[in-house]
Design a protein around this ligand. Sequence first.
Ligand code: MV4
Length: 446
Amino acid sequence: MFKKILIANRGEIALRVIRTCREMGIQTVAVYSTADSESLHVKFADEAVCIGRPASVDSYLNVPNIMAAVEITNADAVHPGYGFLAENAKFAQICNENGIKFIGPTGDMINKMGDKITAKETMIKAGVPVVPGGEGLLQSLDHAKGEAKSIGYPVILKATAGGGGKGMRIVWEESELERAYDTAKVEAAAAFKNDGIYMEKFVEEPRHIEIQVAGDQYGTICHLSERDCSIQRRHQKLVEESPSPFMTDELRHAMGEAAKKAAGAIGYESVGTIEFLVDKHRNFYFMEMNTRIQVEHCVTEEVINFDLIKEQIKIAMGEKVSGADYYPQMHAIECRINAEDPYNDFRPSPGKITNLHVPGGHGVRVDSHVYAGYTIPPYYDSMIGKLITVARTRNEAIDTMYRALSEYVIEGIKTTIPFHLQLMQNEDFRSGNFNTKFMESFVMKK
Ligand code: MV4
């Protein structure tokens, strides 16, 4: 049904979408900023339109410019990728109102999950477990004190317009509450133009395990099992895998059913992800929903042998999902290759790639938009590629990852490859003994 898709994104995800469109016989339009004219997504698309200056607000976030590119190329759908406009309800609405299909959920679904208190209330009504704590906005410091007393310390303050860890404050005892309350409110107002904050019990040393879901416009939702994303640093994921080493068949079933209920509660249409916190007793709690395709979708693709971008496009074209759930048949691990210096606090390291050798061989997948001679611009995310390995067992996937990382040559810039090499040899990582605090105590060996 779609003849031409405009990809409102850049980098590896733009390339990822172009590849699937090619296989489906769909024409592609790339958009690019003046900093990205030499980028591979521009070269690989059937057409390309420059949409503005390097700063994201002038190009990849500039809705009028993107809509103009849609109009001049006569595209009939927009794929937003992740980041940028992927969870912008207004953009989704503008596309759909102009007869351009936004490949994702409706603006209304994005809004229902975008406000965290609304999302939490929806989950409670749907019977999805949420972290115990206050329902609704905190009205005053006294209100916060009362709630914290009944929840029991430690508690966490979160911005209702937040997400992804921005503007959170952990409070260990009442003496810290006033300061935390004030700063959380000021930060939320500055970051999200909405100073609404709420309180939850602070779950200590949780794992971050998310469930991939896919829903169609006929109300059918299936789950595609989990990804473990506990290896993160400052809310940036570094490694993701499926299945989770912490998972049991019973927990997967319970989380899968909860994820379907969560998506079903808003009549979700498209591919999406329900994020859960999982404590050491395997209690799980809804955290938030990502109403987009995610960076780490590839590990799910590898363990269930399924093209999630193709599924997302087919759902947008009005096709049905299968109705069956999907279970991991393999083990996959993804290492994010960032232009950052792991020996120097993961400081960004943009610049020219002078020499490049990409790993290959059995069980190795590389999703990347860079090439020898390419200059990584300093304006955007530092991720320059994803290395994914797949094998029958976790140990084998780790061994393949170590081998592939050892083959990878990227010269001219610093990358996270040395970090991943050390992680693959780390005893706690190898034994699956980790949670979201893992990176707080990880130190690079010289
Ligand atoms: C929490 C939590 C502990 N208890 N909520 C971080 C991202 C945002 N989505 C919510 N986050 C957390 N919420 C309660 N009640 C701990 C985190 C958290 C975290 C979660 C997932 C992955 C990494 C994390 C790192 C620090 C804190």
